[in-house]
Structures are given as structure tokens and as C-alpha cells.
Design a protein around this ligand. Structure first.
Ligand code: MOS
Length: 753
């Protein structure tokens, strides 16, 4: 194992920071992934397997009157058909407020799934789907928030078209505004975006008697297993989920998905294995994206004597376009914001979720993060500008020290992140207040922007089984998937570091519910915190056992220090005994230790990761094109387990945020409800040509509960940091995502009027 002591401290001076011993190790499965040897769900072939295609709604809103599948059933190769008119289970994770069945007999968007057909080939299945005649009772559709909220609007759900308003808050808002000497308000909007992982949805299922095996492109094998067992009404032991490799998830593949059910149900009916594969179009429309929002913010400020300003209170009112279903978890209010990032005396949030006859929305990388941060951090930037306060200074004065003004954080180095990033991008030397457009003699206008973020770093249930073998290898059994985060490698490093076993000698057993204990799965930035804690605990137990054995072989005085290194126990007076010798002399084949951990936080304590991002942009005065030329992302995620994969997480998250900032938006036609751009040609994610080098800096302070979260937070502050940099370059404030060149040009033109 390569042990480094690299630290962000090298980049900044003046910030006191303890140096942690961090590791840096290439991901264990890098070769398999890069060489094409990794076996993704879609690569599986099992004897007799069938291929399935989904039958989807062609109207945005309606009831299914009849389905005639007789022709399809008689077509060559067709082995099983299931539709919404057959008995089919409730899909608990499919909708958070209402009951939703796997196949819909009341369709709510174009693409809603009403059935599936399995045949011996893909072509036969596709042909059979075309031969099904569906008779709809068409209902009027509401395709926008306005349509859905209108008096007499079509009812998308019998209980009504809205969720909420969901309220949150603390402090005395009125008093805070009364005591303010400056108030400000503005409205922001963000567009629907989708996870768009490289690997679309795939599920392959087969039954052996009462037990079903599902090879799934999922982020979370254990939650998928639990959810399937629950909704199918079968014991959990009768469900096995296998996911050896996953090509990105980003929130789109947590918990059971409709394609998982379809594979399982068709396999049962056909008595043969069935693989469901989504096309790229189906993955765009049929998974779920981040809801679009409109957020209105109003803030109260007290000016300081030192040229600074104190944020007293913020009120937020938001509306979200949830689509036909929302798969967001119930605890989420769809929009959060200022109270996460700043110390205010008072905060009030009111969020209305609005259903429309458009594709579903749900959790996507940092579910309530980037859109909320765009509004809050643009708003704060506007306030600072209006008051003539340097936006960095404003943040240093007001950045959150407490959670909601009430709870302590287990650790919080948000201000250090701001200082470190400012040093890296030379904010003090290079930041200038915006001067407006046009500027003669310059083609490109340059600007700097900053935005901060805060994201939960939860702790919770984890399990691990470790086995030290006679040959010196260490087996680590964990129920994770490794969707590209490098979690396998991290578990190997955590175990290896505790036991002094090089990563090369650690074998991780993962991705199979029958072979590995429970893990929360890769969602909510939780794997390192939850499962990593269990790995550490099991490794410590194993270490204790090794030391006990060693004590018999290496008589030492009470002042002696024993260290575990390179598969052996060393004394500080130069003697050693290898693990192999210890096991052999004790007549042991292996030593196994299990740990099941579920740490909790004390009352009035919250655990968050923090970030401060800095963007430098160039705006072409003639075309409005925005190029991000430099990006510095500073993170407080506590101790960094693996520097290399942590940097990858930051880079990937920033790139995702860059897409949301500059180009990504799902367009649904306002007349028909047809998704207009379900492809990588028309839905533009960033590519190599427009991705800047992303400099990742870690402010490394240990958190008492171990490494903090890092998977989601890098995507959160990006649109805001870029929007603020565009303002700094042009003097024009863009309040709508994505920041489209044509909108920016128009805004620059009207700023002259
Ligand atoms: Mo995620 S949205 O926690 O997969």
C-alpha cells in the first residue's frame, strides 16, 4: 500500500490543520473496468434467457379501457405477456404519497409503463409490443405547474395535484425583518435534469422453485432485495440480488425499479430467465430526474460597522414540478437552502410540490442540493453586491457555524474551505467588482465566482465479515456494489490499514446478497460512513485477536509497542512474527471476525460535510458562450480514505453540476407531453471539450465519527459558483438554469438599455 502524507495544507499557509495519514490507491477493479472484462448486468448470458420490452403509454393522461394482446401472444418467439390488467404488485418505492402499481392502468405521462412482453429475441419482443392494441379513455392533461394548479385542472391524483405546502422554519421572521436595515428579494428557477448514467437500466431474473435471482444494474443490492421481497410478499431469503459492476447510478437506480419487477414477474410467468433492457430513450424517460423548481427568496440584513453585513433572516417559497410521480424520499422537502449554509436568526421555508403529466422525478445525486444551492448562493451573492460587500467576505461572516441555529456540528471547516479556495484561486489579488458590458477591445470577459455547500454525512447500520487466511490474504465481505465511487478499494484500505495488510492482499467479496452481509448501498453518500465503520470495527476485533496470539509468541514488557505491518506483528525492539506463523502455530486455518455497527449521534448534534467552490469563467461578448476555464473545489469531508478516488468523486460531481449549470434540461412539449430530447445528442451533458481541469482540495480534519460524506456534495455548489462568476464577468445576473448563451446575450443587451 502506498501511504502518503500529502495534504491540502501544502497549498495554503496560515491554516492550522493536523495532517492525517491518508492513502492513495488506484481502484481495485480499474483494470477490469477499463479493459472490458468487468461483467455488467447486461453482459450476463444464461441458458434459455428471454428478452423483454416494455409496453408504454402513448397518451399523457388516461385510463386503460382494454388491452388486446392476442395478436402479440401468437407471434413467433413470444413467451410471456403481463399488463396492468393482470394482477400486479404495488410498487412501494414508486411514489411517495400514493399507491402506485408496477404496471399502470391509469397512465399519467407518455412513457408510463403498462405492461411488458418477453420473447426469445429482442426483435421479437419489440415486434410483439407494436402488435398490442391499447384502448384508452383519454383524460385532459396538465403539463405544467400552471396547468396543474388552475381552477378546474384535470386531477392527476384523486387526492389533488399538490403535496404541501411543506413548511419548515425557526426563529421570529417578523422581528428579524423589522430589525433589518436592508431587505432584498429575487426569484430563481431551475430545470428538470436526469441522471443519464452511461449504463442504462438492465435487470435479469430467474426463478429456482420459490427463490428468485435478480442480476440488476442497481446501486443497492440489499435495499433492492428488501423492497422486492416486501412488495412481492415473499421472504427475503427467497430473493437474491447480484450486481458485480454498475456503470454509474446518480440516484436513478436505488431501491426496486419497475424494470426489476418486470423481469421477476415475466420470469415467473414464462418459467425462464428474462432480461429487461432499457434503450437510452427509455432510460431518459422511464427512470426519474431532478424536479424543476421556482424559488422565491426574501432576505433581511443588518449592515456591520466594518463594511460587512449580517444575514438576519431568509424566507423561501418554492414550487416544484414533480412530474406524474415523485420517488423522492418522504423526509425531503424538495427544496432546502439558506438555513443549511448560513447562521440566521430566523428562517422560513414553504415548498409546494405539484404533479404534472410528465415523466417521474425522484432522488438524484444530492436530491435537494444543487437547485436549492443555486437559489441561495445566487441570492447571497446578489445581497453582497447590493451592499458593496466582497462576496467572499460576506460568506466568511455568515457561513453556518451551527445547524439551523440550534444543533452543533460534529465538525465544521466550512470557513477553512473558503479560505483555502480563495488562496488557491488568488481571490484577494484577482477578484474585482463587476463593471458591466460591453467592454471595448475585449472579446472575452473574465469573472470569478464562489459558492458554498453543506450536505449530511450520516452514520448508521453497517455490517462486515473479515477473514484472515493462512496464506496471508484478508477477505473482506461487504454487501456493497461500487457504482464507480471506488468503495471496494476504500473498504480494502480501511481493513488493510487497521491490520497492516497491503491492499494487494485484500480480497473484497461484494455485490451478491447471498455472499455478503447487509450494506446500505450506494445512495445518500453513506457507504464509507455506514459500511466503512463496520469494516473498521471488524478489523479492530481481528487485530485484537492477532495481538493476543502474538503475545504468546513474542514475550514483551509492558512498555513494548506492537505494530501490525506487512502481514506481521513487530515489536519495537526489532522482533517480528508473521500472521502465517501465528495461525499455523495455533493450528488455525483462518481467523474470522464479524461486526454489525449502528452508531448514533448525541441529541442536538448534526453531521455534515462542507464545500466551497470557486469558478473562473470567460464569457464571449458576441455569442454569450460561457466557458469555465478554471475550477477549484475545496471540501471538508473529514478524513479522506483514498485521495485518488476522492478526487475522482469531486471531479465527477463538478462535471455533473457543470452540465446542470450550462446545458442540461429535459424539455417536455407543452401541448402533447412528449419528452423532446431523450438522447445524448439533444440532452447535452458536458464532454471533454468543455470540462475544465477541476482542482480538488481537501481540508483534512478528522471528524470524531470517522470519514464524512463525499459522493453527492461536489455537485451541489457548481451551478451557483458558475452563475456568480458569470455575474462577476458581465454584471448581468442570470436567475434561471441552465445558463443558456441566448438568454445571457439578451440579458447583456437589455442591461444596456
Ligand atoms: Mo443517491 S440520490 O443518494 O443515489
Amino acid at each position: 500500500m502506498v501511504i502518503e502524507t500529502t495534504s491540502a495544507a501544502q497549498i495554503q499557509d496560515g491554516l492550522a490543520r493536523p495532517r492525517l495519514v491518508v492513502g492513495s490507491h488506484p481502484r481495485m477493479d480499474g483494470f477490469e473496468r477499463a479493459s472490458g472484462r468487468a461483467k455488467f448486468a447486461g453482459d450476463w448470458k444464461v441458458p434459455g434467457m428471454l428478452y423483454a420490452r416494455m409496453l408504454t403509454s402513448t397518451v399523457p393522461h388516461g385510463r386503460i379501457r382494454a388491452i388486446d394482446s392476442a395478436n402479440a401472444a401468437s407471434m413467433p418467439g413470444v413467451k410471456a405477456i403481463i399488463t396492468c390488467l393482470d394482477d400486479n404488485p404495488v410498487w412501494s418505492a414508486g411514489e411517495r404519497e400514493h399507491q402506485r402499481r408496477v404496471f399502470a392502468d391509469r397512465v399519467r405521462f407518455i412513457g408510463d409503463i403498462i405492461g411488458a412482453i418477453a420473447a426469445t429475441s429482442r426483435a421479437e419482443a419489440s415486434e410483439a409490443v407494436k402488435a398490442v392494441a391499447v384502448e384508452y379513455e383519454e383524460l385532459p392533461a396538465a403539463l405544467t405547474i400552471e396547468d396543474s394548479r388552475r381552477e378546474g385542472a384535470p386531477k392527476i391524483w384523486d387526492e389533488g395535484n399538490t403535496i404541501g405546502p411543506l413548511a419548515s422554519g425557526f426563529g421570529d421572521l417578523q422581528a428579524a425583518f423589522a430589525g433589518a436595515d436592508f431587505t432584498y428579494s429575487a426569484e430563481y428557477s431551475t430545470s428538470r435534469v436526469v441522471p443519464a448514467p452511461l449504463e442504462p437500466a438492465v435487470s435479469l431474473a430467474w426463478w429456482d422453485d420459490d427463490k428468485v435471482t435478480l442480476v440488476a444494474a442497481t446501486q443497492s443490492i440489499h435495499p433492492l432485495r428488501e423492497g422486492l421481497a416486501q412488495d412481492l410478499g415473499i421472504p427475503m431469503e427467497n430473493v437474491r440480488v447480484v450486481t458485480l459492476y454498475k456503470g454509474g447510478g446518480f440516484g436513478g437506480k436505488t431501491a426496486p425499479m419497475v424494470h426489476d419487477f418486470a423481469a421477476v414477474l415475466l420470469a415467473k410467468k414464462a418459467g425462464r430467465p428474462v432480461m429487461v433492457e432499457y434503450s437510452r430513450l427509455e432510460d431518459f424517460i422511464g427512470v426519474h430526474g431532478r424536479w424543476a423548481t421556482v424559488q422565491h427568496l426574501r432576505g433581511a440584513v443588518k449592515k456591520g460597522g466594518d463594511g460587512g453585513a449580517k444575514l438576519l433572516a431568509v424566507e423561501m417559497k418554492a414550487e416544484c414540478d414533480l412530474g406524474a410521480y415523485t420517488r423522492a424520499v418522504k423526509v425531503s422537502n424538495f427544496v432546502q437552502g439558506t438555513e443549511w449554509y448560513y447562521d440566521c436568526d430566523a428562517w422560513k421555508g414553504e415548498v409546494l410540490g405539484v404533479y404534472t403529466n410528465t415523466p417521474a422525478t425522484g432522488s438524484m445525486r444530492a436530491p435537494v442540493g444543487p437547485h436549492s444551492c443555486f437559489a441561495t448562493e445566487s441570492f447571497v451573492d446578489e445581497v453582497a453586491h447590493a451592499l458593496g460587500v466582497n462576496p467572499l467576505k460576506f460568506r466568511l461572516i455568515n457561513a453556518a457555524t451551527l445547524h439551523h441555529r440550534q444543533a452543533d456540528f460534529t465538525s465544521n471547516h466550512l470557513k477553512d474551505c473558503l479560505l483555502a479556495g480563495a488562496a488557491a484561486i488568488s481571490w484577494g489579488k484577482r477578484w474585482r467588482p463587476p463593471t458591466g458590458v460591453p467592454r471595448e477591445g475585449e472579446k472575452n470577459l473574465s469573472g470569478l465566482g464562489v459558492a458554498i455547500a453543506s450536505w449530511p454525512a450520516r452514520i448508521g447500520r453497517g455490517e462486515a465479515v473479515l477473514r484472515l487466511r493462512l496464506d496471508g490474504t484478508l477477505e473482506v465481505k461487504v454487501g456493497l456494489v461500487d457504482i464507480g465511487t471506488g468503495s471496494k478499494t476504500m473498504m480494502a484500505m480501511i481493513a488493510g490499514r487497521t491490520l497492516g495488510v497491503p491492499v494487494e492482499k485484500v480480497e473484497v467479496v461484494w455485490g451478491d446478497t447471498d455472499a455478503s452481509p447487509y450494506s446500505v448501498g450506494e445512495s445518500g453518500s453513506r457507504t464509507t460512513g455506514f459500511t466503512g465503520t463496520a469494516v473498521r470495527a471488524a478489523a479492530s476485533q481481528l487485530k485484537d485477536k492477532i495481538l493476543l496470539l502474538a503475545a504468546g509468541r513474542l514475550p514483551v514488557t509492558s512498555s513494548a509497542v506492537l505494530t501490525l505491518r506487512d502481514g506481521a506483528v513487530f515489536t519495537n525492539d526489532g522482533r517480528k512474527v508473521s500472521f502465517k506463523d501465528l495461525l499455523e502455530s495455533s493450528g488455525l486455518e483462518a481467523i474470522e471476525e464479524k461486526a454489525a455497527t449502528e452508531p448514533t449521534l448525541p441529541d442536538r448534534t448534526e453531521r455534515h460535510s462542507f464545500a466551497a467552490h470557486f469558478a473562473q469563467v470567460e464569457v464571449d461578448q458576441e455569442t454569450g458562450a460561457i466557458q469555465v476555464v478554471r475550477y477549484v473545489a475545496v471540501h471538508d469531508s473529514g478524513e479522506i480514505v483514498n485521495r485518488l478516488t476522492a478526487e475522482s468523486q469531486v471531479q465527477g460531481g463538478v462535471i455533473m453540476g457543470l452540465g446542470m449549470a450550462l446545458s442540461e434540461r429535459i424539455l417536455v412539449d407543452r401541448d402533447m407531453g412528449v419528452t423532446q430530447n431523450p438522447s445524448f445528442l439533444s440532452y447535452r451533458i458536458p464532454n471533454n471539450g468543455n470540462v475544465p481541469k477541476v482542482e480538488a482540495i481537501f481540508v483534512e480534519h478528522a471528524d470524531p465519527y470517522g470519514p464524512k460524506s463525499l459522493g453527492e456534495i461536489p455537485a451541489v455548489p457548481v451551478p451557483a459558483a458558475i452563475g456568480n462568476a458569470v455575474f462577476n464577468a458581465t454584471g448581468v445576473r442570470m436567475r434561471k438554469l441552465p445558463l443558456m448563451p441566448e438568454d445571457l446575450l439578451r440579458a447583456m443587451d437589455s442591461s444596456l438599455a
